[in-house]
Design a protein around this ligand. Structure first.
Ligand SMILES: NC(=O)c1ccc[n+]([C@@H]2O[C@H](COP(=O)([O-])OP(=O)(O)OC[C@H]3O[C@@H](n4cnc5c(N)ncnc54)[C@H](OP(=O)(O)O)[C@@H]3O)[C@@H](O)[C@H]2O)c1
Length: 290
């Protein structure tokens, strides 16, 4: 039976993959996180991949603490860049397909139209810079796919939706940035897209096309719009007020505009993408029933 190795499986995306993967019963999933497989350990990675010989490796592990990365540059580099080189080399040795996840933060955020995969990158933060290094390592291998995503949330871990959902019930008023524009991504939708790509390649390997792909939900919004929608779906009375990013200073600079064009993933892998508002409702239904 073919195997799929998932690293960083206890994170948001890893958990959504776990939840959905029982639909793919022709393959065996191996889920690992830091304790089972530390991706910064090149030797451990090489041995694990050689022993298990997975057909696909999906890397969900990353240093995702965007602000903390500014004071922990080495840690961020180790996990987001060097560890991706380890995984790439081990995949190359084993002839495994490599699916690696990256971010909209590789862009400067000064665009006026959705970013295409081949647009010039120019990260403004340590997180973005180290993730870009990781992309470059992954793309040295001809069986790699890099999926850039943005504003990821899920029912697992910590994220903007869960924070607003909690604060909405505790506060009368919330101030949220309105001049940073992007698109939220429900990790369950991204996990589903990854599994659809894998299924296609398993059925017909000629459908594989290496390179970078963008995936977020459809639509565009600001963090303020996003927060308002969360409060509205949650049925809270809390007032959401728009503030400028300059009035909410953070250690890491964030892109002002990071909408991703999804044309390529839709054309090449025939992926259908839900609108962010519909996916937010799906996620919040689960949160509200917990
Ligand atoms: N979150 C976002 O808004 C966002 C936006 C754009 C792109 N992305 C990208 O999407 C991908 C998935 O993000 P996510 O939000 O699901 O991440 P996440 O929830 O932070 O999960 C990352 C996982 O990696 C694990 N990990 C940390 N160090 C490791 C190591 N040395 N070896 C193995 N596993 C390790 C973490 O464990 P611990 O929790 O124990 O550290 C965690 O379980 C990442 O590549 C991220 O850069 C995320």
């Amino acid at each position: 039976m073919k195997k799929i190795l998932v690293t960083g499986a206890s994170g948001q995306l890893g958990n959504e993959l776990k939840f959905l993967s029982n639909k793919l019963n022709s393959v065996q999933f191996i889920y690992t996180d830091y304790e089972e497989l530390d991706i910064t350990n090149a030797n451990a990675i090489a041995i694990f991949i050689a022993e298990n010989s997975p057909t696909f490796v999906i890397n969900c592990a990353a240093y995702t603490a965007v602000d903390k990365a500014e004071s922990e540059q080495q840690k961020a580099e180790l996990l987001n860049a060097s560890a991706v080189r380890n995984l790439t080399e081990a995949c190359r040795q084993n002839n495994s397909y490599f699916i690696h996840i990256s971010t909209d933060y590789v862009f400067s955020g000064c665009s006026y139209r959705p970013y295409n995969e081949d647009d010039t990158t120019s990260p403004t933060s340590t997180y973005g810079r180290t993730k870009l290094q990781g992309e470059k390592h992954a793309l040295t291998y001809d069986k790699s796919i890099v999926i850039r995503t943005a504003w990821l949330y899920s029912c697992y871990g910590n994220n903007f939706v869960k924070t607003m959902f909690k604060l909405g019930s505790q506060r009368n008023e919330l101030n949220v940035v309105f001049d940073q524009i992007g698109t939220p991504t429900y990790a369950a939708d991204l996990a589903s897209a990854i599994l659809q790509i894998i299924e296609k390649i398993l059925v017909d390997p000629t459908t594989f096309k290496r390179g970078i792909y963008h995936y977020s939900n459809e639509g565009v919004c600001s963090w303020y719009d996003f927060a308002r929608k969360i409060i509205q779906i949650g049925n809270y009375t809390c007032t959401v007020r728009p503030i400028e990013a300059k009035d909410y200073p953070t250690p890491a600079k964030r892109p002002y505009y990071s909408v991703l064009s999804k044309k390529k993933i839709k054309d090449v892998y025939s992926i259908t993408i839900p609108h962010w508002e519909d996916s937010l409702i799906s996620c919040m239904k689960i949160l509200m029933n917990e």
